[in-house]
Design a protein around this ligand. Structure first.
Ligand code: ATP
Ligand code: ZN
Length: 303
């Protein structure tokens, strides 16, 4: 095989993802599912795309919005929280928008929440007047307070926000919450949601007009295919005609049943199910007359 020819950067798409952390693995897995593969560099900061001219830049998540804004990367996989914080900061400083969330990716789910000491009673945002709120999301918090006309002090911290009330550096906090265990461990309770977040594919507001445009369209189409198939399973079984209405009732999250041509007394049926098919559901379907039940993973599809 001849060695891969070096192509100028503008002919290759560049995607920034988190180097390590919560979004690193799922981001790579998602891009792999889109048919991308890479050769890693020795410093593990750059992965050269092999199956397609799509390279990866492995960085801190905080750097991703800026890399897109500066045109260094075409796309990035980052939490909506990070994207919105940097967008809010740009907006507060009068800097024009430079990126946007192009797709929600269905992982990294969390909420940016206000949390107060467990023994406080929550009576609403007016209560925050004059208090100190520790956060790593000062711009989102400032916008939220401004919108409500509340004058509170935003104390910006880059980490360990949840211990600020204990240390006395703030009265309450505004931080990311998923299970709530960290809050509980620090005697805090969540009271208001400022932002519902998940990982997103972020892209530049200026679409490329060179070879990258076709690559970007292909990537998005494959991504849509992968996202559409998430949690979808093909369910196949046999049943007698008289049991079909009851079986349909047990499958509210599935497409209409397709009857497959068959000669016998029972008929073969199949459907695409959009929710989880647990053992319990299979047993329920069996009790309702389904036979030879089979659940198949759907690997790829183009709509
Ligand atoms: P980096 O070294 O890249 O700056 P980080 O410490 O800022 O890493 P992580 O803790 O890995 O980032 O979190 C990355 C993203 O994961 C967050 O920005 C958020 O979108 C998402 N996330 C999901 N659940 C949580 C959670 N419970 N706490 C923090 N982030 C969460
Ligand atoms: Zn970070």
């Amino acid at each position: 095989m001849s060695p891969t020819k070096a192509v100028p950067a503008r002919d290759r798409l560049r995607i920034a993802i988190q180097k390590s952390g919560r979004l690193a693995e799922p981001a790579r897995a998602l891009l792999s599912a889109c048919g991308l593969s890479w050769r890693e560099s020795r410093d593990k900061l750059f992965c050269y795309g092999e199956s397609l001219p799509v390279d990866l830049l492995l960085v801190r998540d905080d750097d991703i919005p800026g890399l897109i804004a500066d045109g260094v990367c075409d796309f990035g996989i980052v939490g909506r929280n990070e994207l919105e914080e940097q967008a809010a900061e740009r907006q507060r400083n009068g800097v024009p928008e430079a990126y946007r969330a192009v797709r929600n990716l269905g992982f990294g789910g969390c909420r940016l929440m206000l949390a107060i000491p467990e023994d406080w009673e929550w009576r609403g945002a007016e209560q925050l007047q004059g208090l100190r709120i520790a956060t790593s999301y000062p711009a989102i918090l400032a916008n939220w307070l401004d919108a409500l006309g509340v004058d509170a002090r935003v104390v910006e911290l880059s980490g360990s926000v949840e211990i600020a009330p204990k240390l006395g550096t703030a009265d309450l906090i505004c931080d990311l919450v998923s299970s709530g265990a960290t809050l509980a461990a620090n005697s805090l309770k969540p009271v208001e949601t400022l932002l519902q977040s998940e990982a997103v594919l972020a892209g530049s507001t200026r679409a490329p007009d060179d070879a990258r445009a076709g690559l970007a369209a292909m990537l998005l189409r494959r991504l849509d295919g992968v996202m559409k198939l998430k949690d979808r399973k093909l369910l196949m079984f046999r049943a007698e005609r008289r049991n079909v209405p009851e079986l349909e009732r047990l499958l509210p999250d599935a497409d209409p049943l397709t009857h497959l041509p068959d000669g016998g007394d029972s008929i073969a049926l199949q459907t695409m199910c959009h929710g989880a098919i647990t053992w319990q559901r299979l047993e329920e379907l069996e009790r309702a007359g389904a036979r030879e039940l089979m659940v198949l993973a759907v690997e790829r599809a183009l709509a």
